[in-house]
Design a protein around this ligand. Sequence first.
Ligand SMILES: Cc1ncc(COP(=O)(O)O)c(C=O)c1O
Length: 371
Amino acid sequence: MTPVSERPVPHPGVLDISPYVPGKSKATGGAKLYKLSSNETPLGPSPKAIEAFKSAAETLDLYPDGAATELRMAIAETYGVNPDRVVCGAGSDELIHLIARGYIRHGEEAIHSQHGFLVYPIAIRASGGTPIVAPERDSTADVDAILSLVTERTRVVFLANPNNPTGTYLPFDEVRRLHAGLPSQVILVLDAAYAEYVRRNDYESGLELAATEDNVVMTRTFSKIYGLAGLRLGWCYGPTAIVDALNRIREPFSVSTPSIRAGVAALRDREHLDKAAAHNQVWLTKVAKGLEDLGLAVTPSVANFVLIHLPETEGKSAAAADAFLLERGIVLRRVTAYGFPNALRMTIGNEEANVAALEAFAEFLGTNGVA
Ligand SMILES: Cc1ncc(COP(=O)(O)O)c(C=O)c1O
Protein backbone atom coordinates (compact mmCIF):
# COMPACT_ATOMS: atom_id res chain seq x y z
CA MET A 1 0.00 0.00 0.00
CA THR A 2 1.20 3.51 -0.70
CA PRO A 3 2.32 5.22 2.51
CA VAL A 4 0.17 8.25 3.41
CA SER A 5 3.05 10.65 2.78
CA GLU A 6 3.34 9.42 -0.80
CA ARG A 7 -0.20 10.21 -1.87
CA PRO A 8 -0.51 12.20 -5.07
CA VAL A 9 -0.08 15.90 -4.32
CA PRO A 10 -0.88 18.81 -6.62
CA HIS A 11 1.91 21.28 -7.35
CA PRO A 12 2.39 23.85 -4.57
CA GLY A 13 0.45 26.67 -6.24
CA VAL A 14 -2.77 24.68 -6.32
CA LEU A 15 -3.17 24.46 -2.56
CA ASP A 16 -2.52 28.20 -2.25
CA ILE A 17 -5.67 28.90 -4.25
CA SER A 18 -8.75 30.18 -2.45
CA PRO A 19 -11.58 28.68 -4.52
CA TYR A 20 -13.73 31.23 -6.37
CA VAL A 21 -16.98 31.84 -4.52
CA PRO A 22 -19.86 32.64 -6.90
CA GLY A 23 -22.67 35.03 -5.93
CA LYS A 24 -25.48 33.57 -3.88
CA SER A 25 -28.65 32.72 -5.75
CA LYS A 26 -30.95 32.15 -2.78
CA ALA A 27 -32.37 34.51 -0.18
CA THR A 28 -32.98 33.57 3.44
CA GLY A 29 -36.64 34.56 3.77
CA GLY A 30 -39.53 33.30 1.70
CA ALA A 31 -39.74 36.66 -0.09
CA LYS A 32 -39.60 37.06 -3.87
CA LEU A 33 -36.01 36.69 -5.03
CA TYR A 34 -34.08 39.58 -6.59
CA LYS A 35 -30.70 38.16 -7.61
CA LEU A 36 -28.34 41.09 -7.95
CA SER A 37 -25.17 39.20 -7.05
CA SER A 38 -23.54 38.10 -10.31
CA ASN A 39 -23.70 41.03 -12.76
CA GLU A 40 -26.24 39.23 -14.93
CA THR A 41 -28.51 41.26 -17.20
CA PRO A 42 -32.08 41.90 -16.03
CA LEU A 43 -33.25 41.79 -19.66
CA GLY A 44 -32.26 38.18 -20.23
CA PRO A 45 -30.88 36.97 -23.55
CA SER A 46 -32.22 38.00 -26.94
CA PRO A 47 -35.35 35.93 -27.77
CA LYS A 48 -33.55 35.13 -31.03
CA ALA A 49 -30.67 33.61 -29.06
CA ILE A 50 -33.10 31.44 -27.10
CA GLU A 51 -34.68 30.25 -30.36
CA ALA A 52 -31.26 29.49 -31.85
CA PHE A 53 -30.28 27.62 -28.69
CA LYS A 54 -33.38 25.44 -28.97
CA SER A 55 -32.69 24.73 -32.64
CA ALA A 56 -29.51 22.96 -31.59
CA ALA A 57 -31.52 20.29 -29.74
CA GLU A 58 -31.71 18.22 -32.91
CA THR A 59 -27.93 17.82 -33.18
CA LEU A 60 -26.98 17.03 -29.59
CA ASP A 61 -25.62 13.66 -30.66
CA LEU A 62 -22.94 15.32 -32.76
CA TYR A 63 -19.73 16.97 -31.60
CA PRO A 64 -19.70 20.72 -32.10
CA ASP A 65 -17.52 22.43 -34.68
CA GLY A 66 -14.29 22.54 -32.67
CA ALA A 67 -13.23 25.70 -34.49
CA ALA A 68 -16.56 27.47 -33.75
CA THR A 69 -16.27 28.83 -37.27
CA GLU A 70 -19.77 30.24 -37.54
CA LEU A 71 -19.35 32.11 -34.26
CA ARG A 72 -15.90 33.44 -35.10
CA MET A 73 -17.25 34.66 -38.45
CA ALA A 74 -20.13 36.43 -36.70
CA ILE A 75 -17.71 38.03 -34.20
CA ALA A 76 -15.46 39.11 -37.08
CA GLU A 77 -18.41 40.62 -38.92
CA THR A 78 -19.74 42.41 -35.83
CA TYR A 79 -16.40 43.89 -34.76
CA GLY A 80 -14.68 44.20 -38.12
CA VAL A 81 -11.84 41.87 -37.17
CA ASN A 82 -9.98 38.89 -38.60
CA PRO A 83 -11.82 35.64 -37.68
CA ASP A 84 -8.51 33.73 -37.68
CA ARG A 85 -7.39 35.74 -34.68
CA VAL A 86 -10.46 34.97 -32.55
CA VAL A 87 -10.45 32.12 -30.01
CA CYS A 88 -13.75 31.10 -28.39
CA GLY A 89 -14.03 29.40 -25.03
CA ALA A 90 -16.35 28.32 -22.24
CA GLY A 91 -16.67 31.81 -20.82
CA SER A 92 -13.85 34.31 -20.77
CA ASP A 93 -12.74 32.49 -17.62
CA GLU A 94 -11.51 29.65 -19.81
CA LEU A 95 -9.51 32.05 -21.96
CA ILE A 96 -7.93 33.68 -18.90
CA HIS A 97 -6.90 30.21 -17.68
CA LEU A 98 -5.63 29.28 -21.15
CA ILE A 99 -3.42 32.35 -21.36
CA ALA A 100 -2.01 31.59 -17.91
CA ARG A 101 -1.47 27.94 -18.78
CA GLY A 102 0.25 28.76 -22.05
CA TYR A 103 2.52 31.53 -20.81
CA ILE A 104 3.16 31.27 -17.06
CA ARG A 105 5.00 28.51 -15.25
CA HIS A 106 6.56 27.83 -11.87
CA GLY A 107 8.92 30.59 -10.78
CA GLU A 108 7.32 33.13 -13.09
CA GLU A 109 5.04 36.02 -12.20
CA ALA A 110 1.92 37.74 -13.42
CA ILE A 111 0.58 41.07 -12.19
CA HIS A 112 -2.99 42.07 -11.42
CA SER A 113 -4.33 45.08 -9.55
CA GLN A 114 -5.28 45.12 -5.88
CA HIS A 115 -9.04 44.82 -6.34
CA GLY A 116 -8.84 42.98 -9.66
CA PHE A 117 -11.07 40.11 -10.77
CA LEU A 118 -10.37 37.07 -8.56
CA VAL A 119 -10.05 34.58 -11.38
CA TYR A 120 -6.63 36.11 -12.23
CA PRO A 121 -4.78 34.92 -9.10
CA ILE A 122 -6.51 31.54 -9.41
CA ALA A 123 -5.38 31.11 -13.01
CA ILE A 124 -1.86 32.33 -12.21
CA ARG A 125 -1.43 29.95 -9.27
CA ALA A 126 -3.05 27.05 -11.15
CA SER A 127 -0.30 27.37 -13.74
CA GLY A 128 2.36 27.38 -11.01
CA GLY A 129 3.07 31.11 -11.22
CA THR A 130 3.08 33.78 -8.53
CA PRO A 131 0.46 36.55 -8.55
CA ILE A 132 1.92 39.99 -7.91
CA VAL A 133 -0.58 42.52 -6.63
CA ALA A 134 -0.30 46.15 -7.75
CA PRO A 135 -1.84 48.71 -5.38
CA GLU A 136 -4.69 50.77 -6.79
CA ARG A 137 -5.41 54.47 -6.44
CA ASP A 138 -9.02 55.45 -5.66
CA SER A 139 -10.09 51.86 -6.36
CA THR A 140 -8.70 52.22 -9.89
CA ALA A 141 -5.75 50.40 -11.46
CA ASP A 142 -2.54 52.44 -11.21
CA VAL A 143 -0.31 52.21 -14.28
CA ASP A 144 2.83 53.36 -12.46
CA ALA A 145 2.28 50.86 -9.66
CA ILE A 146 1.88 48.03 -12.18
CA LEU A 147 4.95 49.07 -14.18
CA SER A 148 7.06 49.36 -11.03
CA LEU A 149 6.40 45.67 -10.30
CA VAL A 150 7.55 44.33 -13.67
CA THR A 151 10.67 42.16 -13.40
CA GLU A 152 12.43 39.69 -15.69
CA ARG A 153 10.08 37.05 -14.22
CA THR A 154 6.88 38.86 -15.33
CA ARG A 155 4.98 37.06 -18.08
CA VAL A 156 1.47 38.54 -18.05
CA VAL A 157 -0.37 41.63 -16.80
CA PHE A 158 -4.12 41.10 -16.31
CA LEU A 159 -6.26 44.23 -16.38
CA ALA A 160 -10.05 44.19 -16.17
CA ASN A 161 -11.26 47.36 -17.84
CA PRO A 162 -13.76 48.21 -16.42
CA ASN A 163 -12.86 46.27 -13.32
CA ASN A 164 -15.09 44.00 -11.26
CA PRO A 165 -16.03 44.65 -8.42
CA THR A 166 -15.11 48.36 -8.45
CA GLY A 167 -16.74 49.36 -11.75
CA THR A 168 -13.89 51.80 -12.35
CA TYR A 169 -11.95 52.03 -15.62
CA LEU A 170 -8.69 53.24 -17.08
CA PRO A 171 -8.98 55.80 -19.89
CA PHE A 172 -7.41 54.50 -23.03
CA ASP A 173 -4.40 56.80 -22.98
CA GLU A 174 -3.52 55.18 -19.65
CA VAL A 175 -3.91 51.70 -21.14
CA ARG A 176 -1.60 52.74 -23.96
CA ARG A 177 0.90 54.12 -21.44
CA LEU A 178 0.76 50.80 -19.60
CA HIS A 179 1.38 48.89 -22.80
CA ALA A 180 4.22 51.21 -23.83
CA GLY A 181 5.95 50.62 -20.49
CA LEU A 182 5.84 46.82 -20.69
CA PRO A 183 8.67 44.73 -22.14
CA SER A 184 7.62 43.25 -25.48
CA GLN A 185 7.68 39.68 -24.15
CA VAL A 186 5.07 40.43 -21.45
CA ILE A 187 1.44 39.85 -22.48
CA LEU A 188 -1.08 42.54 -21.57
CA VAL A 189 -4.51 40.94 -21.16
CA LEU A 190 -7.30 43.49 -21.45
CA ASP A 191 -10.40 41.89 -19.98
CA ALA A 192 -13.33 43.81 -21.44
CA ALA A 193 -16.18 41.75 -19.96
CA TYR A 194 -18.23 44.91 -19.34
CA ALA A 195 -17.15 46.95 -22.40
CA GLU A 196 -20.64 47.19 -23.91
CA TYR A 197 -21.93 49.06 -20.88
CA VAL A 198 -19.34 51.84 -20.88
CA ARG A 199 -20.47 55.28 -22.06
CA ARG A 200 -17.25 57.29 -21.90
CA ASN A 201 -15.48 59.01 -24.75
CA ASP A 202 -12.05 58.14 -23.38
CA TYR A 203 -12.78 54.40 -23.12
CA GLU A 204 -11.83 51.68 -25.60
CA SER A 205 -12.14 47.93 -25.12
CA GLY A 206 -8.62 47.23 -26.38
CA LEU A 207 -9.63 45.62 -29.65
CA GLU A 208 -7.45 47.96 -31.68
CA LEU A 209 -4.44 47.43 -29.46
CA ALA A 210 -4.94 43.66 -29.68
CA ALA A 211 -5.15 44.02 -33.46
CA THR A 212 -1.94 45.97 -33.82
CA GLU A 213 0.40 44.85 -31.03
CA ASP A 214 2.22 41.53 -30.69
CA ASN A 215 1.69 41.23 -26.94
CA VAL A 216 -1.91 42.35 -26.29
CA VAL A 217 -4.93 40.05 -25.94
CA MET A 218 -8.46 41.32 -25.37
CA THR A 219 -11.05 39.02 -23.76
CA ARG A 220 -14.85 39.39 -24.06
CA THR A 221 -17.87 37.55 -22.74
CA PHE A 222 -21.44 36.66 -23.66
CA SER A 223 -22.28 36.35 -19.94
CA LYS A 224 -23.02 39.98 -19.19
CA ILE A 225 -24.88 42.25 -21.62
CA TYR A 226 -25.77 39.34 -23.92
CA GLY A 227 -27.42 37.47 -21.06
CA LEU A 228 -25.89 34.06 -21.80
CA ALA A 229 -24.01 33.42 -18.53
CA GLY A 230 -25.59 29.98 -18.15
CA LEU A 231 -24.22 28.88 -21.53
CA ARG A 232 -20.56 29.70 -20.74
CA LEU A 233 -19.34 31.55 -23.79
CA GLY A 234 -16.49 33.99 -24.28
CA TRP A 235 -13.86 34.92 -26.82
CA CYS A 236 -10.54 36.62 -27.15
CA TYR A 237 -8.73 38.51 -29.89
CA GLY A 238 -4.99 38.55 -30.13
CA PRO A 239 -1.87 38.39 -32.27
CA THR A 240 -1.52 35.38 -34.57
CA ALA A 241 1.33 33.81 -32.56
CA ILE A 242 -0.60 33.91 -29.27
CA VAL A 243 -3.80 32.68 -30.92
CA ASP A 244 -1.81 29.82 -32.41
CA ALA A 245 -0.47 28.86 -28.95
CA LEU A 246 -3.92 29.04 -27.36
CA ASN A 247 -5.41 26.90 -30.13
CA ARG A 248 -2.78 24.23 -29.49
CA ILE A 249 -3.59 23.86 -25.79
CA ARG A 250 -7.32 24.54 -25.61
CA GLU A 251 -9.86 21.79 -25.17
CA PRO A 252 -11.09 21.00 -28.67
CA PHE A 253 -14.81 21.07 -27.85
CA SER A 254 -15.31 23.43 -24.91
CA VAL A 255 -17.78 25.54 -26.92
CA SER A 256 -20.97 23.57 -27.56
CA THR A 257 -23.27 23.71 -30.56
CA PRO A 258 -26.10 25.41 -28.58
CA SER A 259 -23.54 28.03 -27.45
CA ILE A 260 -22.34 28.65 -30.98
CA ARG A 261 -25.90 29.01 -32.30
CA ALA A 262 -27.07 31.26 -29.46
CA GLY A 263 -23.93 33.38 -29.63
CA VAL A 264 -24.35 34.06 -33.33
CA ALA A 265 -28.01 35.04 -32.89
CA ALA A 266 -27.19 37.23 -29.87
CA LEU A 267 -24.53 39.12 -31.82
CA ARG A 268 -26.97 39.81 -34.64
CA ASP A 269 -29.72 41.17 -32.36
CA ARG A 270 -28.34 44.67 -32.10
CA GLU A 271 -31.68 46.02 -30.90
CA HIS A 272 -31.64 43.81 -27.81
CA LEU A 273 -28.08 44.86 -27.01
CA ASP A 274 -28.96 48.56 -27.33
CA LYS A 275 -32.00 48.07 -25.10
CA ALA A 276 -29.88 46.42 -22.41
CA ALA A 277 -27.25 49.18 -22.59
CA ALA A 278 -29.91 51.92 -22.42
CA HIS A 279 -31.63 50.28 -19.44
CA ASN A 280 -28.30 50.10 -17.64
CA GLN A 281 -27.45 53.70 -18.40
CA VAL A 282 -30.69 54.96 -16.84
CA TRP A 283 -30.66 52.70 -13.79
CA LEU A 284 -26.94 52.89 -13.05
CA THR A 285 -27.39 56.64 -12.53
CA LYS A 286 -30.62 56.27 -10.55
CA VAL A 287 -29.31 53.53 -8.29
CA ALA A 288 -26.02 55.33 -7.56
CA LYS A 289 -27.86 58.57 -6.81
CA GLY A 290 -30.50 56.80 -4.71
CA LEU A 291 -27.80 55.18 -2.58
CA GLU A 292 -25.84 58.41 -2.25
CA ASP A 293 -29.01 60.22 -1.19
CA LEU A 294 -29.20 57.72 1.67
CA GLY A 295 -25.73 58.83 2.73
CA LEU A 296 -23.87 55.81 1.34
CA ALA A 297 -20.57 56.12 -0.50
CA VAL A 298 -20.67 54.54 -3.97
CA THR A 299 -17.57 53.98 -6.10
CA PRO A 300 -18.21 55.66 -9.49
CA SER A 301 -19.04 52.84 -11.91
CA VAL A 302 -19.20 52.60 -15.69
CA ALA A 303 -20.37 48.97 -15.68
CA ASN A 304 -23.62 47.18 -14.73
CA PHE A 305 -23.02 47.14 -10.99
CA VAL A 306 -22.10 49.45 -8.14
CA LEU A 307 -19.79 49.01 -5.17
CA ILE A 308 -21.57 50.30 -2.08
CA HIS A 309 -19.59 51.22 1.03
CA LEU A 310 -21.41 50.79 4.32
CA PRO A 311 -20.77 53.10 7.28
CA GLU A 312 -18.52 52.07 10.15
CA THR A 313 -21.48 52.65 12.52
CA GLU A 314 -22.28 49.74 14.85
CA GLY A 315 -25.00 47.49 13.40
CA LYS A 316 -24.77 49.09 9.93
CA SER A 317 -21.96 47.00 8.49
CA ALA A 318 -21.93 45.28 5.09
CA ALA A 319 -22.54 41.93 6.83
CA ALA A 320 -25.57 43.34 8.66
CA ALA A 321 -26.90 45.01 5.49
CA ASP A 322 -26.40 41.80 3.52
CA ALA A 323 -28.38 39.78 6.08
CA PHE A 324 -31.12 42.44 6.22
CA LEU A 325 -31.49 42.52 2.42
CA LEU A 326 -31.39 38.72 2.13
CA GLU A 327 -34.39 38.50 4.47
CA ARG A 328 -36.23 40.66 1.94
CA GLY A 329 -35.22 38.51 -1.01
CA ILE A 330 -32.52 40.90 -2.22
CA VAL A 331 -29.25 39.10 -2.92
CA LEU A 332 -26.14 41.26 -3.26
CA ARG A 333 -22.48 40.23 -3.29
CA ARG A 334 -20.12 40.37 -0.33
CA VAL A 335 -16.71 41.54 -1.56
CA THR A 336 -14.42 40.83 1.40
CA ALA A 337 -12.27 38.57 -0.77
CA TYR A 338 -11.72 41.53 -3.09
CA GLY A 339 -10.37 43.65 -0.23
CA PHE A 340 -13.63 45.40 0.64
CA PRO A 341 -14.82 43.88 3.94
CA ASN A 342 -17.38 46.63 4.52
CA ALA A 343 -18.88 46.96 1.05
CA LEU A 344 -21.49 45.19 -1.06
CA ARG A 345 -21.68 44.92 -4.83
CA MET A 346 -25.09 45.37 -6.37
CA THR A 347 -25.85 44.47 -9.97
CA ILE A 348 -28.24 46.81 -11.78
CA GLY A 349 -31.49 44.88 -12.04
CA ASN A 350 -34.91 45.59 -13.47
CA GLU A 351 -36.93 48.50 -12.13
CA GLU A 352 -38.72 46.39 -9.51
CA ALA A 353 -35.47 44.92 -8.16
CA ASN A 354 -33.64 48.26 -8.10
CA VAL A 355 -36.49 49.99 -6.27
CA ALA A 356 -36.79 47.09 -3.83
CA ALA A 357 -33.07 47.29 -3.09
CA LEU A 358 -33.12 51.07 -2.60
CA GLU A 359 -36.13 50.78 -0.27
CA ALA A 360 -34.48 48.02 1.71
CA PHE A 361 -31.29 50.08 2.13
CA ALA A 362 -33.40 53.04 3.30
CA GLU A 363 -35.15 50.82 5.82
CA PHE A 364 -31.88 49.30 6.96
CA LEU A 365 -30.26 52.66 7.54
CA GLY A 366 -33.31 54.26 9.08
CA THR A 367 -35.40 56.75 7.11
CA ASN A 368 -32.93 59.58 7.61
CA GLY A 369 -30.08 57.57 6.18
CA VAL A 370 -26.66 57.74 7.74
CA ALA A 371 -25.79 61.34 6.86
C1 LIG B 1 -13.92 41.19 -15.13
C2 LIG B 1 -14.49 39.87 -15.48
N1 LIG B 1 -13.86 39.11 -16.38
C3 LIG B 1 -14.31 37.90 -16.74
C4 LIG B 1 -15.47 37.39 -16.18
C5 LIG B 1 -15.84 35.99 -16.54
O1 LIG B 1 -16.91 35.92 -17.34
P1 LIG B 1 -17.33 34.57 -18.08
O2 LIG B 1 -16.37 33.50 -17.70
O3 LIG B 1 -18.70 34.30 -17.63
O4 LIG B 1 -17.22 34.92 -19.53
C6 LIG B 1 -16.17 38.13 -15.24
C7 LIG B 1 -17.37 37.57 -14.61
O5 LIG B 1 -17.83 37.97 -13.58
C8 LIG B 1 -15.66 39.40 -14.88
O6 LIG B 1 -16.28 40.15 -13.96
